[in-house]
Structures are given as C-alpha cells and as structure tokens.
Write a protein that binds this ligand. Structure first.
Ligand code: 13P
Length: 255
C-alpha cells in the first residue's frame, strides 16, 4: 500500500513570521486522531528552520524547494543537500517547471540534483509535466517519458526507493485550470508503466505519484478518488491553513 502524501509548495511566499503562523495554524487543524495522508510543508529556504521548530514532534514533514548538486564549495547563492538534511528536511522538490522556465534547469541538471539529494538520504519530489502546446500536439507522453528517463538516468532501483513523482501539467499551474481526474490518472498510469519498464513491477507499484496544478478544496476529492493519484503538490491553496487543511482532509483514507 502506498502512503498518500500531500505537500504544500509555498514557492517564494511567507516571511519567517508568516511561515510560523501558517505552520501553527495547520497543526491546529490537524489535531485529530483520524488517519491522515503524510503532510509535507515546503517553505522557502529562509523559513525552513523556523517551520521545523514549529512542526517538530508533529505529524508533518519538512521539504525544500530546490537543492544544488554539490555538498559544499564555491557556489555562491546555492544550498546543498547536506545543509537541507541538517536543518531537518526530509524531502526536496526538484525540477519544478518554474525552475526549468526561469532558471534554465533541464533534465541533466535535475539528474545531477537527484543523485546528490538521494546520496545524503533525502527524498526527491521530482516534477514533470507538459506545456499546453505539447498536450495539444499529443506529445504529453513523449515529453513525460523524456523528462523521467533524463532525470533518472543512472539511478539504481535502491536510489529511487524514496522518490516521489509529481505530475504537474504546466498549463494547470497557478492558472485555475485543473487537469480532469481522468487526464491526470492517465498520465500517472503512463508514469507507473514507464517505471516498471525502467526498473521493475514492485518499484513501480510502490512509487508514489502525486498531482499538482490548481489543486483546491473544490476539486481535491475528485482528483484523489482516482486510484492512480497518491496525493497532491499544492501551490496557491497551501498558503492558507483553511484551504490546505480541506485538501488534506479530502484524501479518502480507507473510505
Ligand atoms: P498551484 O497549486 O498554485 O497551481 O501550483 C502548483 C504547483 O506548482 C505546486 O508545485
């Protein structure tokens, strides 16, 4: 059984004070004994330690939004996997479409980053997804195939044991347009199949594949009711405790 996971990608939002308040409010909402999906908060680097202080001992994990591929050295402005580990992170988002678009990340750099991140024991949340033109040309699967093969090149089965893949169609990010549950499930099925070809059946069955792109309280339950969708990577709606909690609570835990 795959444990569902809901991660909040705060992107470049929240000062430390705001981050502390938001994390506290999320904890208050989560004060229930019922089973919940795994919850991950991914604040900006500057707020990692603050948020860790608040969520310590709670049912929430910490994630970063990026990492460099070396652990130390003369790389002005970069943050290393080891630094993230020592500040209490468990997850790192890699290859987000905004990083590919604004910071020239590509499958090769994402591949180097995944290797560096897993080598210190962090779990990558690898983002893949097509642009609208690519979907319209029927190139979604070809593109996702290329992104996954490129990002996972040279990684062993053991190295991808804790990998999470986030399918985030670019046309659905921050646009209010969501992929239909069926569209998302179709690509998730494709990803699982490809992992089974590249690795094996067991690895693909255990891989968690989550959906991102305008996940909101109004559409979360429909998306999460698809057996192929193991949770969500939430941007805008994770910036408020109320909407994020409603999304967490939408995951059908054993019902
Ligand atoms: P939105 O939920 O704001 O569309 O962002 C999705 C996303 O990019 C999460 O990584």
């Amino acid at each position: 059984m795959r444990r569902p996971i809901i991660a909040g990608n705060w992107k470049m939002n929240k000062t430390n004070r705001e981050a502390r308040e938001l994390a506290k409010s999320i904890i208050q909402k989560m004060a229930t004994s019922s089973p919940l999906p795994e919850v991950v908060l991914c604040p900006p680097f500057t707020a990692l330690e603050t948020v860790k202080g608040v969520i310590n001992g709670q049912r929430i994990e910490l994630g970063a939004q990026n990492a460099f591929w070396e652990n130390e050295g003369a790389y002005t402005g970069e943050i290393s996997p080891n630094m993230l580990l020592t500040v209490g992170c468990r997850y790192v988002i890699l290859g987000h479409s905004e990083r590919r678009k604004y910071f020239s990340e590509n499958d090769q750099t994402v591949n180097r980053k995944i290797k560096a991140v897993v080598s210190v024991g962090l779990s990558p949340i690898l983002c893949v997804g097509e642009r609208l033109e690519e979907r319209e040309k029927g190139r979604t699967e070809a593109l996702v195939d290329q992104q996954l093969r490129g990002a996972l090149k040279g990684l062993s089965r053991e190295e991808i044991e804790n990998l999470v893949v986030a399918y985030e169609p670019i046309w659905a990010i921050g646009t209010g347009k969501t992929a239909t549950p069926e569209q998302a499930a179709e690509v998730h099925g494709f990803i699982r199949n490809l992992i089974s070809q590249l690795y094996d059946e067991k690895t693909s069955e255990e891989l968690r594949i989550i959906y991102g792109g305008s996940v909101k309280p109004e559409n979360a339950r429909d998306l999460f009711s698809q057996p192929q969708i193991d949770g969500g990577l939430v941007g805008g709606a994770s910036l408020q405790a109320d909407s994020f909690w409603q999304i967490i609570n939408s995951y059908p835990m054993g019902d």
